[in-house]
Design a protein around this ligand. Structure first.
Ligand code: FES
Length: 124
């Protein structure tokens, strides 16, 4: 089934938890359902060195969070800021309608806000 790998990722996430050391984070919710995602990042020299997420939400939002963090560790913050909804669609691999796309992109929105906050706090 096309949803099997999403079920697996939402039930056994690899990147869920807290980072002992992080220097960027953001927390937001889907305004429609109230589901919530928080992301913690360790950024060094403009690179995402480590990442974890926490939160409560549907299968799509939790699986998308886990899959997204797997992809962004090792990427530069500039690369992360260029990621778009299309990237998430490819990652999640199942058809996403108007509501489900909001579930799937919630972690990307949170991730980008964490990076934007980090950049604004660390600019000279
Ligand atoms: Fe709430 Fe998916 S139903 S994020």
């Amino acid at each position: 089934m096309e949803y099997d790998f999403l079920i697996e990722r939402s039930e056994k996430p690899v990147y869920k938890g807290n980072l002992k050391e992080f220097n960027a984070s953001f927390n937001d919710r889907n305004q429609v359902c109230g589901d919530q995602v928080e992301i913690f990042l360790k950024i060094e020299d403009g690179i995402i060195k480590d990442a974890k997420f926490d939160g409560k939400g549907c299968l799509i939002s939790m699986a998308s969070s886990d899959l997204l963090l797997e992809q962004v560790i090792g990427k530069s913050i500039d690369e992360v800021l260029k990621l778009d909804d299309e990237f998430i669609r490819k990652l999640v691999k199942v058809p996403l309608g108007v509501n489900r796309i909001k579930c799937a992109t919630l972690p990307l929105k949170v991730l980008k806000r964490a990076v934007i906050d980090y950049v604004s706090k660390n600019k000279n």
